[in-house]
Design a protein around this ligand. Structure first.
Ligand code: IPM
Ligand code: MG
Length: 360
């Protein structure tokens, strides 16, 4: 098969981790006779440095012209990087939000599972870690607080800032459908997370989710308040299968769900629209403090590439092959620093990429 892949290497550790994922994709091509063509797309801080803006129309066009986009990470150190002296709509993150909106990527899938090999790196209580967990967060990605009206103004001499949280029923319905569809192929449970005891947007979220659930009689739906969900994630993460939630809650809970796997460097993600197109990226950030040191964990990006093969290209066997290779590398005790512990083999970013390739 021939596919065109847009590569957003981005900032910080982005270029290093994307290199390793590309190495793995090249290995898959070799093994299965596919041919992937790559086009580099500038976005984030590196685009600001060249074009003065985090996302150009040309970058959006290049992404649209690809079958899928693989991304590293964008952004820098918020207190020291010159990018953060710019107005908010010119900063690196605005590029990411802009591309999500421009491509209509409303469904963000963030799977979080504890590999048994990493249970000692899991920060939870041993009894909890031993039970394991395997969940998928379905985060709404193009609505809510991230995209509502916002402004800061002077009201009678008092600086006042406003952000707006708005959802319409269509936006809720389409993401709920995605959650129920994916639950069909998993353990058939959806936990919809909201703040319906306070927010109108959450009450509508709950009502629409209930409506959608009528079309999925085999899937169990439960509702959970977001504060309780934050607690349940550390107390009993094994109870979750598919978590369905809005943009901001999903942002926060997905970092928590990532960290309990042992490292945020383990979590892939897929951002999808209604077509086969997707943008695939690790859930973690650009980690500017360790950038360029060849110590970052590339596994989340490698697993994101596997998600790309699975969801955008329907290359299930190849995707499984990558997932299994990662599993095999972990079983052999090969670890980057973030998941390393005494007695295991500590490797660099590029050595981790090589180790995964060796298993394919
Ligand atoms: C994420 C990130 C982004 C978000 C930032 C970089 C804008 O934290 O993908 O979770 O908040 O969505
Ligand atoms: Mg986040």
């Amino acid at each position: 098969m021939n596919y065109k892949i847009g590569l957003i290497r981005g900032d910080g550790i982005g270029p290093e981790i994307v290199n390793e994922a590309k190495k793995v994709l090249d290995r898959i091509c070799e093994k299965y006779g596919h041919s992937f063509e790559y086009e580099d797309i500038l976005m984030g801080g590196c685009s600001i440095d060249v074009h003065g803006v985090p996302l150009t129309d040309g970058a959006i066009e290049a992404a649209k012209g690809s079958d899928a986009v693989l991304m590293g990470s964008i952004g820098g150190n918020t207190s020291t990087s010159p990018w953060y002296k710019l107005p908010p709509d010119k900063r690196p993150e605005a590029g990411l939000l802009g591309i999500r909106k421009a491509l209509g990527l409303f469904a963000n899938l963030r799977p979080s599972k504890l590999y048994k090999e990493l249970s000692s790196a899991c920060p939870l209580r041993k009894e909890t870690a031993d039970k394991g967990f395997d969940m998928l967060i379905m985060r709404e990605l193009t609505g809510g607080l991230y995209f509502g009206d916002r402004y800061t103004k002077d009201v009678n001499g008092v600086r006042t800032a406003v952000d707006t949280l708005s959802y319409n029923e269509d936006e809720i319905r389409r993401i709920a459908v995605k959650a129920f569809e994916v639950a069909k192929k998993r353990r058939k449970k959806v936990t919809s997370i909201d703040k319906a005891n306070v927010l109108d947007s959450s009450r509508l979220w709950r009502a629409v989710t209930e409506e959608v659930s009528k079309d999925y009689p085999d899937i169990a739906l439960e509702h959970m308040l977001v504060d309780n969900a934050a607690m349940q994630l550390v107390k009993d993460p094994g109870q979750f299968d598919v978590i369905l939630t809005e943009n901001m809650f999903g942002d926060i809970l997905s970092d928590e769900a990532a960290e309990i796997t042992g490292s945020i460097g383990m979590l892939p993600s897929a951002s999808l629209n209604e077509t086969k197109f997707g943008l695939y990226e690790p859930s973690g950030g650009s980690a500017p403090d360790i950038a360029g040191k060849n110590i970052a964990n590339p596994i989340a990006t490698i697993l994101s590439a596997a998600m790309m093969l699975r969801f955008s290209f329907d290359l299930t066997e190849e995707a499984d092959r990558i997932d299994n290779a990662v599993q095999a590398v972990l079983s052999k005790g090969i670890r980057t620093g973030d998941i390393w512990s005494e007695g295991l083999r500590r490797v660099s970013t590029s050595e981790m990429g090589d180790a995964v390739c060796d298993e394919i």
